[in-house]
Design a protein. Sequence first.
Length: 241
Amino acid sequence: MDTKTKRGLRQSLNRRRFLKLGTGIGAGLALGGTGLAGEAAARGKHAKGDEFMEIMHTRRSAREFEPTQIPDDHLQMILDAARTAPTAGNQQPWKFLVVRDEKMIDRIRERALEAQLGYRIKEEMGDEAKATARRQAEDYVAQCTSAKTFVVVLTDNESNYPSYNWHDGPLAAGYLILAARSLGYGSVYYTDSISETIIKDVFDMDDRYKVVCTIPLGIPKEWPAKPDKKDLADLVAYDSL
Ligand SMILES: Cc1cc2nc3c(=O)[nH]c(=O)nc-3n(C[C@H](O)[C@H](O)[C@H](O)COP(=O)(O)O)c2cc1C
């Protein structure tokens, strides 16, 4: 077997392993930067359709991450993919607020904990129940804010067609999440766990921007199991409902 064929086989095996196992290969990716997208870019080709389908089907919402930072070039690739999303009249109303400063993440964490305590602790609860609820809130928020990089997806209310921003915002977020998966990273689309109110307060944002969601990026501690998904037949109708 010549060197080129051996390299091709090795790359193909690595791709399979990272899509299956995620964490291990993800860790390698963060250090070495040899992911699917990297390989495809190096070959000057796009990923094949079946590989892309595999990326979509193996994406999972991950909420707890290794304490490893995403390399800058991977972050740039992910953001660059997000901005290729379809957008009404090509208006591109997005702003991607990248949060990597530990101090800002701490502030998000504090505010997320306050919110969780508010949801979980009720006046009428006894002391023991309150203490349990507090511990659960602390654990939950520690997980939710464990990533070293967050991307807040915003849309600009001063865009050309602001009434279409609610379409454009989640599309870019979806692209971003899939691009992250293609490089072996986990993510999740937070709306409540890290809410718009929290983000607006922490970053002292005025009304110009709407917070679409906040997305942590990192190597998941583990890839969550696939939740129940409806059958395709339950979701599809042909020609009439
Ligand atoms: C609009 C939207 C809002 C979401 N908000 C949250 C959230 O606040 N907290 C959270 O943990 N997950 C949130 N999620 C993630 C969903 O819980 C997750 O996508 C769903 O359970 C399906 O799991 P999967 O993404 O692994 O397929 C949100 C997802 C979407 C699309």
